[in-house]
Write a protein that binds this ligand. Structure first.
Ligand SMILES: Cc1cc2nc3c(=O)[nH]c(=O)nc-3n(C[C@H](O)[C@H](O)[C@H](O)COP(=O)(O)OP(=O)(O)OC[C@H]3O[C@@H](n4cnc5c(N)ncnc54)[C@H](O)[C@@H]3O)c2cc1C
Length: 388
């Protein structure tokens, strides 16, 4: 069955984090745009759920992300104004590690190269400011006061709502089975309802389902199960209202992060490192995994002064890891009117407004050298010994 009102300017395949932002960016341009999402809006089965996401600018992964992070802060502020709701809270982010660790060197380098406000703290200074942390002298901290967290589900819901307000159409509970370029240059998209829809341009933002479409690309993506848990503890200082901050600790056992308590659920803690690879996003185990829980409990017991902790909630999510843990954002090989974002490697949410906008620019023929380091062809270069 073909839609009679033919030819959209753009179809967005997958309306999760990045897809909702792309939908909004295209609708703001006045494009006739359709988003197709296999579940509902702001659902809990992909990579964009679980209450909160850290947003930070002093990027330890690579200083090239800093200009994108700066733009993201501005974009979120604009989206908040348009949505009429607070989505970002500047709770600050404390990063703790050994002085010469990759994490600490990386944060310092980004802060230095981009003139970012980051405070260096000794273990004693950390404990004096946040008495619930327990840090030995061989560790130190870097505190980014302007960092904080985003309310992840509300962000996706508002981006989708704003896109619809600006004229975007949305098909939910509809899976894109396949898409193909036509001789005319248009793209044909076939859905699970056997509907055939044509569009001038396509943006593929399928998150952990990306491999269903990127198989021809020789892009090795690995989907990893991630468990987030919320703990109650007897320390009122961990509440955001009492000065509790976001945190990221690089420990010998792994890299753990968390958020201040923001509501009745308690403090959210999760492990950034590791995770179990899962063959297919559909096969994800959603029950609590005892060994993941135990790792996070051990982290809290070692690095917090908080007495007994009680698990009150958990949620399971997915990272889609690229081979070098940097995003892959580019035009589809051989097609000027198709672009994709994949392999956000567990750190993409903060950037979704800038990624969505960039994808729309790409299918509109525009270039932006700030994103060059995220292009697909770096993997060819890497086989020659160069890297991002
Ligand atoms: C536990 C956890 C903690 C994280 N913490 C942070 C953090 O603190 N800071 C940060 O910046 N990032 C963080 N991230 C990473 C960030 O959340 C992700 O990088 C980002 O949300 C990914 O967005 P996405 O649009 O790629 O994927 P998704 O939001 O999953 O969107 C993909 C969408 O495509 C849809 N879809 C797929 N295939 C089809 C199809 N065939 N037809 C129709 N629809 C389809 C899916 O249903 C889904 O809605 C975290 C991730 C996890 C899992």
């Amino acid at each position: 069955m073909a839609r009679d009102h033919d030819l959209y300017d753009l179809i967005v395949l997958g309306v999760g984090g990045v897809g909702s932002a792309a939908l909004y960016a295209a609708a703001r341009r006045g494009w006739r745009v359709l988003g197709i999402e296999q579940f509902g809006v702001a659902h809990d089965r992909g990579s964009s759920h679980g209450q909160t996401r850290i947003i930070r600018a002093a990027y330890y992964e690579h200083p090239n992300y800093v200009p994108l992070a700066k733009s993201a802060f501005g974009e979120w502020a604009r989206i908040e104004r348009e949505a009429g709701e607070r989505l970002f809270r500047a709770a600050g982010l404390l990063q703790v590690g050994k002085r010469d660790s990759e994490l600490m060197e990386g944060v310092r380098r980004s802060a230095r190269e981009h003139g970012l406000n980051v405070d260096a703290l000794t273990a004693a200074e950390i404990e004096a400011r946040w008495p619930y942390f327990q840090v030995t002298d061989e560790y130190s901290g870097l505190f980014e006061p302007g960092a904080g967290y985003l309310r992840v589900e509300q962000c996706v819901a508002h981006l989708t709502k704003l896109a619809k307000k600006a004229g975007a159409e949305l098909l939910t509970n509809t899976t894109v089975e396949r898409w193909l370029p036509l001789d005319s240059g248009a793209i044909e998209v076939r859905t699970s309802d056997d509907e055939v829809i044509r569009t001038r341009r396509l943006v593929v933002t399928a998150g952990p389902w990306s491999q269903n479409f990127t198989n021809s690309m020789q892009l090795d993506l690995q989907v990893v199960r991630k468990q987030q848990q919320w703990f109650q503890m007897d320390r009122h200082e961990i509440h955001e209202a009492n000065g509790g901050c976001c945190f990221l600790f690089d420990t010998p056992q792994g890299c753990f992060y968390g958020f201040p308590q923001i509501d009745h659920l308690g403090m959210k803690v999760a492990e950034h490192s590791g995770g179990q690879a899962t063959e297919a996003a559909e096969a994800l185990k959603r029950g609590i995994d005892a060994s993941d829980l135990e790792r996070c409990q051990s982290f809290v017991n070692e690095w917090f002064r908080c007495g007994k902790i009680r698990l009150v909630h958990h949620s399971v999510c997915m990272y889609t890891m690229s081979p070098d843990q940097h995003f892959v954002i580019d035009r589809w090989p051989g097609l000027h009117n198709v672009a994709f974002a994949a392999g956000l490697s567990g750190h993409g949410f903060k950037f979704v407004p800038v990624l969505g906008k960039h994808l729309v620019e790409l299918v509109d023929g525009q270039e932006n050298s700030e994103f060059d380091f995220l292009k697909l062809n770096r993997f060819e270069r890497q086989s020659d010994g160069t890297s991002v």
